[in-house]
Design a protein around this ligand. Structure first.
Ligand SMILES: [Zn+2]
Length: 411
């Protein structure tokens, strides 16, 4: 008893697992593909953003270089001003020395003059008698008085001369100081501009760094998405391998059935008249509607890439799988193919059935189908004008670019 319960539980688990597996199996590839497409859109978007960032960065780098050039220019002007200021300082020092020397001369001269004046004063103040008494002779007295007075006058002239020299030097020094002040002011204003330029340059350099960081992050995002895509590709590949394995399994089973004399296939193929082409295909619509109304080319010469079955009254008629296979896509779009199904067949061909009636799809992705099995009803969904079945044959791997002329595959 316990054993039976255990077996039932295990069976239930297996069924749940199988259903679960089948459900995920049924949605996997289209989900993976749309996820991949989403990723590719994100990559394009991120790359565009990255390009914008790069462009702004390039511009900012250029601005930094321009600022650098300006700063260099200012620095060279400042250095030039510094030389001029140093020059002015030297000259001012020289002038100061000369001024000191002149002052010294002046002081000496003044002292000498004072001495002579004292001498004169003493001579003048002294009575003639005193002079006479102290002098050897009158002549001696007169001569010494006048000589002293002459010399004093000379001293005075010299003093005046030194004074005017001193004034001249002072004026020159003042001018030098004025010019130094102007140079210093000019230097200060240039230093201010240079420092502003430096600040602006630093800000821009920081911005460049930020942009580089942003660029790196965007690239990391792109790399991440690309990695994700690689994983998706691997999953798709695994999915397709699994599909292939299932297909092979089915083919072997069918072969075994045929060898056992079982006539499993006949039940369905009758529905489309039972005519089978050399490719093993039957018509995808009932024989009464099997006339091709639009072939490989449109009437205007463009490639149609398919054949259409659009005989009047076809709306709502069954659409059949043209051969055994596995449904690789069953999708209900409102645009493009509308409600459509893609089946992968054992011979490596794919068939596509489009514009089925809304809600008429009877199969799901991952499901095996038999030749002649109804998969949906003829309709007018998607990019269609009037009910018809749009039928494509594709070679492996079954993409749009692998379309073949179905006329060569149909009965
Ligand atoms: Zn068509």
């Amino acid at each position: 008893m316990k054993n039976i319960v255990k077996k039932i539980v295990i069976l239930c688990l297996v069924i749940i697992l199988l259903i679960g597996a089948n459900l995920s199996y049924a949605t996997t590839e289209s989900e993976l593909n749309s996820q991949k497409q989403e990723n590719n859109e994100k990559i394009t978007e991120t790359e565009k953003k990255k390009e914008e960032v790069q462009e702004i960065k390039d511009q900012t780098v250029k601005q930094v270089q321009e600022l650098d050039n300006q700063i260099d220019e200012y620095e060279s002007q400042i250095s030039n001003l510094n030389t001029q200021i140093n020059d002015a300082n030297t000259k001012i020092e020289e002038a100061t020395n000369r001024l000191n020397k002149a002052q010294e001369d002046y002081d000496n001269q003044q002292k000498m003059l004072e001495e002579r004046i004292v001498a004169l004063y003493e001579a003048g103040d002294t009575s003639y008698l005193d002079v006479l008494l102290s002098s050897e002779s009158v002549t001696d007295f007169i001569s010494s008085y006048y000589i002293i007075s002459e010399i004093a006058e000379c001293d005075l002239e010299l003093l005046d001369e030194i004074q005017s020299q001193k004034t001249e030097i002072e004026n020159a020094k003042k001018e030098l100081e004025q010019s130094k002040k102007e140079l210093t002011d000019a230097k200060a204003s240039k230093e201010k501009v240079s420092s502003e330029l430096q600040t602006s340059k630093n800000e821009k350099a920081n911005y460049v760094e930020e942009l580089s960081e942003e660029e790196k992050q965007l690239q990391a995002q792109i790399d991440e998405i690309k990695k994700d895509n690689v994983a998706i590709d691997a999953q798709i590949k695994a999915y397709q391998a699994e599909l292939q394995r299932k297909l092979e399994e089915q083919r072997k089973k069918d072969q075994a059935n045929k060898n056992n004399g079982s006539s499993n296939g006949s039940s369905s193929s009758s529905s489309s008249g039972g005519i089978t082409s050399s490719s093993g295909f039957i018509y995808p619509v009932p024989s009464a509607y099997s006339r091709i109304t639009t072939g490989w080319y449109y009437s205007d010469g463009r490639v149609h890439g398919a054949v259409d079955f659009g005989t009047g009254g076809i709306n709502g008629q069954p659409v059949y799988a043209v051969a055994d296979g596995i449904v690789v896509l069953a999708q209900a779009l409102t645009t493009s193919y509308g409600n459509y199904v893609i089946i992968m067949h054992y011979n490596g061909l794919y068939t596509l059935y489009a514009h089925g009636q809304a809600g008429s799809i009877m199969v799901r992705q991952g499901q095996t189908v038999k030749q002649g099995q109804q998969i949906m009803r003829v309709g007018n969904t998607g990019n269609s004008f009037g009910a018809h079945l749009h039928f494509e044959v594709r070679t492996s791997p079954g993409t749009y670019n692998n379309r073949q002329n179905p006329y060569n595959y149909l009965p």
